[in-house]
Design a protein around this ligand. Structure first.
Ligand SMILES: CC(C)=CCC/C(C)=C/CC/C(C)=C/CC/C(C)=C/[C@@H]1[C@@H](COP(=O)(O)OP(=O)(O)O)[C@]1(C)CC/C=C(\C)CC/C=C(\C)CCC=C(C)C
Length: 594
C-alpha cells in the first residue's frame, strides 16, 4: 500500500479541478451539471473494460507500493478517479472557453464554404476509419504495436461516430471551442505523465510498446492516449451542444424543449436530416449574432451569460431594434427617415393583425410587405422578431421615440435646425420611449422563458423598474455620444441645461468638447446613476435563472458611464470604450455577487 498515485491527484489533477470549478461556478447551470455527469458516466463505463484488459495483460502496471489498495475489475481506485477527474477538467475547460460561442449560428455551413467543409468532413472520416483499421492490425500483429493498437481500436470508433454526427460544428466552430480545450489539458497531462513514469508511479511494460519517445520520459503511446481521450471528451461536449442547438434553434421541429433533454432526444436531434432545418431561420440567427457582435460589445458579452431559447430571442430582439434604429438614423433626409418609420409601423400593423388572427405561418402579408419595402439585409431581422411573445405597445412606442430624432433634421432650404429636447422632461420622455420600451420587451421575454412563476404585482413593479433602468442606460448612451451626435446635428442635452451655462445647442455642434459641456455630461451621468441606483434594487426580484445575466447586461453598459466619469478615458471611433479586460471583470464581479 502506498500513496504515490493518490499524491499525483492531490498535486496535479485536483488543483486544476478546484480552479476550474471556482472560475466556472457563477456560470454553471443545471444543464451543465447534467452534461458533465452524463459524459463522466460514459467515460467511466466505456473505459473500465478496456483499462481492465490492459492491466490484466500487464501492458501497464502499478506496483502495489504506490496505490492505496481497492480495485474494481483489477483497476486501482486512483485510476477510476483519473477517468472522472480528467473528464471533469477537460469538460469544464471546454465550457469555460466555449461560453461566448453561440452554437445555433453554426448549424448550417456558410454557402461559400460548403465544399471545403464537406471535404474536411470526408477527410476526417477517412482518417479516423484508418486509425481503427491500423489499431485492429496492430493488435492482430501483436508485440510492440499492441498498446498503440488497443488505444486506436478503442478510441477510434467513438471518435468516428462523434465526428460523423457533429463534424459540421467541429470544422466550423472557433478553435477556442475545439482545439484549445483538447490541446491545453493534453499537454498538461503529458507533463504529469512524464513525471509519473519517471517516478515509477505507473509503468508501461516493454514488449507491447514501440519505445519511441515524444520527449525524454514520454512514450508515444501515452501521448496518443491523452490526446485521444481529451479529443473524445471535447467531441462529446460539442455533440451535446450541437444536439441542444438543433432543438433550441428549430422550434418548428422541436416546439417544446426540455431543460434536461434525454440522451434519446439528443441523439434524435443529431440524426435529424439537415434538409429538414429551417435554413432561413438559422441564417437569420447567424446574421443577428454577427450584428450584435459588431455593434454592441456590452450586450454581446452579456448575451453569452443567457442560455436556452431566451438567449436566441434576446439576440433576435436586439437585431430588430438595431436594424430599425439604423434605418432611421442612416436615412439621407428627414422625409426618408420618416418613410422608414412609416414602413416599420405598417410592418408591425400587418404582423399584429396576423398574430391576432393566429396565423403563425410566417405572417404572409407582413412577409410580402417587407420583401417589397425593406432592403434584404434588414428583412431577416424583421421576420424573426419573436412577436408572438411580445406586446406591440412598446414596439410602437420605440418607433414613436425614433420620431424625436427626426426633429433634429434641417428643414430643406433653411439653415435653421430645431432641437426637440428642450427640458429634462423631454429628455426623460425620449429615453423612456427608445430605451424604457426595450427594457419592457426584454422583460417580457425573460418572464416567458423563465421556469419560475411570477405574480402580476411583481411583474408590474419589475416593468416599472426595468423602464427606469432603460432610461438610465439611455442617459449613459447620450453622455457617451455627445460628440458623435453633434457630428450629425443632434444635441440631446436639454436646451434648458445649456441655457443655464449661457450656451445654445449650436455651441455644442461647433465645439462638443468644450469644458462647459464636460460639466453637463457629469450632470447627465449623475442623473443616470441616480435612476440606476433606484431601479437596481428591483433586480433581486427577477426570476433566478435570468437574474445574473440581466445584471451583467445592465452593469456592462453602466460601466461605460463609470469610464466616462474617469479622467483620460480611451475613445474609439469617437466613443468612450470599456476595455475587454474591464468588461470581463465587471461580468465576473456581477456573476460572483449572486
Ligand atoms: C443580452 C442582449 C442580447 C440584450 C439585448 C438588449 C437589447 C434588445 C438592446 C436593444 C438595443 C437597441 C439597438 C435599441 C434601439 C434604441 C436604442 C439605440 C437604445 C439604446 C441602446 C444602446 O445601444 P447602443 O449603444 O448599441 O446604441 P447606439 O450605438 O447608440 O445606437 C440603449 C441605451 C437602450 C438599451 C436599453 C436596455 C437594454 C434596457 C435595459 C433594462 C433592462 C435590461 C431591464 C433591467 C430590469 C430591471 C428590473 C431593473
Amino acid at each position: 500500500m502506498g500513496f504515490e498515485y493518490a499524491l499525483v491527484h492531490l498535486k496535479y489533477t485536483i488543483p486544476p479541478a478546484a480552479a476550474l470549478t471556482f472560475l466556472y461556478r457563477p456560470l454553471l447551470t443545471r444543464i451543465d451539471i447534467y452534461r458533465v455527469a452524463f459524459l463522466i458516466t460514459i467515460a467511466v463505463v466505456s473505459t473500465i473494460p478496456w483499462d481492465s484488459y490492459l492491466i490484466r495483460r500487464k501492458i501497464w502496471t502499478y506496483p502495489p507500493s504506490v496505490i492505496v489498495g481497492p480495485r474494481l475489475f483489477s483497476i486501482p481506485a486512483e485510476e477510476i478517479f483519473f477517468f472522472v477527474v480528467q473528464t471533469y477538467n477537460t469538460s469544464l475547460l471546454y465550457l469555460l472557453l466555449s461560453k461566448p460561442t453561440f452554437h445555433s449560428a453554426y448549424l448550417v455551413p456558410p454557402k461559400a464554404k460548403v465544399r471545403s467543409i464537406k471535404w474536411c468532413q470526408g477527410l476526417g472520416q477517412v482518417l479516423l476509419a484508418a486509425c481503427v483499421l491500423v489499431g485492429a492490425y496492430l493488435i492482430w500483429r501483436g508485440n510492440e504495436g499492441t498498446y498503440l493498437g488497443l488505444i486506436l481500436a478503442w478510441a477510434g470508433p467513438f471518435a468516428l461516430l462523434l465526428w460523423s454526427l457533429s463534424s459540421q460544428l467541429l470544422v466550423t466552430l472557433p478553435i477556442t471551442s475545439t482545439w484549445a480545450p483538447i490541446l491545453i489539458p493534453t499537454v498538461y497531462l503529458w507533463i504529469v505523465d512524464t513525471l509519473a513514469l519517471r517516478r515509477g508511479t505507473w509503468t508501461i511494460e516493454s514488449g507491447t510498446k514501440f519505445g519511441i519517445h515524444v520527449w525524454d520520459g514520454l512514450e508515444i503511446e501515452e501521448a496518443i492516449f491523452f490526446l485521444a481521450t481529451n479529443t473524445l471528451i471535447v467531441f462529446g461536449q460539442v455533440a451535446f451542444d450541437h444536439a441542444v442547438a438543433i432543438q433550441l434553434t428549430l422550434p418548428r421541429l422541436y416546439p417544446h424543449v426540455s431543460e434536461l433533454p434525454s440522451p434519446t432526444h439528443l441523439i434524435q436531434a443529431l440524426l435529424a436530416s439537415p434538409a429538414e432545418y429551417d435554413e432561413d431561420r438559422v441564417e437569420a440567427i447567424s446574421q443577428a449574432v454577427k450584428r450584435l457582435q459588431e455593434k454592441s460589445r456590452s450586450f454581446y458579452l452579456a448575451s453569452s451569460t443567457f442560455s436556452g431559447r431566451l438567449r436566441i430571442d434576446l439576440i433576435l430582439l436586439y437585431s430588430f431594434c438595431r436594424v430599425a434604429d439604423d434605418l432611421v438614423d442612416n436615412a439621407k433626409s428627414e422625409s426618408a427617415a420618416r418613410d422608414w418609420i412609416r414602413k416599420l409601423t405598417r410592418y408591425l400593423d400587418l404582423t399584429c393583425a396576423s398574430e391576432e388572427a393566429k396565423i403563425r405561418s410566417k405572417q404572409p402579408d407582413a412577409h410580402r410587405y417587407s420583401t417589397v419595402n425593406f432592403p434584404e439585409s434588414a428583412r431577416s431581422a424583421l421576420h424573426l422578431l419573436p412577436t408572438h411573445l411580445l406586446s406591440f405597445g412598446p414596439l410602437y412606442d420605440l418607433l414613436e421615440g425614433f420620431k424625436t430624432d427626426l426633429g433634429f433634421h434641417q428643414q430643406p432650404g433653411s439653415l435653421m435646425r430645431t432641437f426637440p429636447i428642450a427640458t429634462s422632461q423631454d429628455l426623460e420622455r425620449y429615453a423612456a420611449r427608445v430605451a424604457g420600451t426595450v427594457a419592457e420587451l426584454i422583460l417580457e421575454l425573460v418572464f416567458f422563458h423563465s421556469s419560475s412563476s411570477i405574480t402580476d404585482k411583481r411583474r408590474g413593479s419589475l416593468f416599472r423598474a426595468g423602464g427606469n433602468m432603460g432610461i438610465a442606460l439611455q442617459y449613459v448612451n447620450i453622455a457617451r455620444d455627445i460628440a458623435t451626435d453633434a457630428a450629425i446635428g443632434r444635441v440631446y442635452l436639454p436646451t434648458s441645461w445649456l441655457k443655464e451655462c449661457g450656451m445654445v445647442p449650436q455651441d455644442v455642434l461647433e465645439d462638443p468638447n468644450h469644458p462647459k459641456i464636460d460639466a453637463l455630461r457629469s450632470r447627465l451621468l449623475d442623473k443616470a446613476f441616480a435612476v440606476y441606483d433606484q431601479a437596481r434594487v428591483a433586480m433581486a426580484q427577477l426570476p433566478s435563472d435570468a437574474r445574473s445575466p440581466m445584471r451583467v447586461a445592465v452593469e456592462s453598459y453602466m460601466e461605460i458611464g463609470r469610464v466616462l466619469r474617469e479622467k483620460g478615458y480611451k475613445v474609439k471611433q469617437g466613443k468612450a470604450t470599456v476595455s475587454k479586460l474591464r468588461r470581463f471583470q465587471v461580468a465576473w464581479k456581477v456573476m460572483h455577487e449572486e
